[in-house]
Design a protein. Structure first.
Length: 130
């Protein structure tokens, strides 16, 4: 497997690309497996459609994810609360430093998956905003 680390905004993604066969690639993003369908020829900019192959904790576009392993020290918002892009929604302690977890989008807190004192790994979904 080829391993890469991508950074999109303030989010870090550890990506492993496995076998590619018949325009399907086996990819793992932050420990979540996906089957990626590749459209178009390699000479063009390929469009890839992700679908989880077995990912109950799949990160969606409104997911607030842990950028590094750590411990949730505070959840600042509640389910049903309106938030704006960039708003601090939780605090995580990692390597003896506090880090802000920010809302990736405007919306309403739909789900909180990790509470105070929860240990989280890189890429774990802390909450979902939609």
């Amino acid at each position: 497997m080829n391993k890469y680390t991508f950074s999109i905004g303030e989010q870090i993604f550890d990506v492993e690309i496995g076998t590619i066969q018949d325009n399907l690639a086996q990819v793992i993003v932050n420990r979540t497996p996906y089957e990626v369908k590749i459209k178009g020829a390699p000479a063009t900019q390929p469009e890839a459609m992700l679908k989880p192959s077995a990912a109950p904790a799949m990160a969606c576009s409104g997911a607030v994810v842990a950028p590094i392993p750590g411990k949730i020290i505070q959840i600042i918002v509640q389910v049903g609360e309106k938030v704006t892009t960039g708003q601090v929604v939780a605090l995580i302690e990692a390597m003896k430093m506090e880090n802000n977890l920010l809302s990736p989008t405007d919306g309403v807190v739909k789900e909180i998956r990790a509470g105070k004192d929860a240990n989280v790994a890189t890429g774990d979904v802390v909450m979902v905003i939609g």
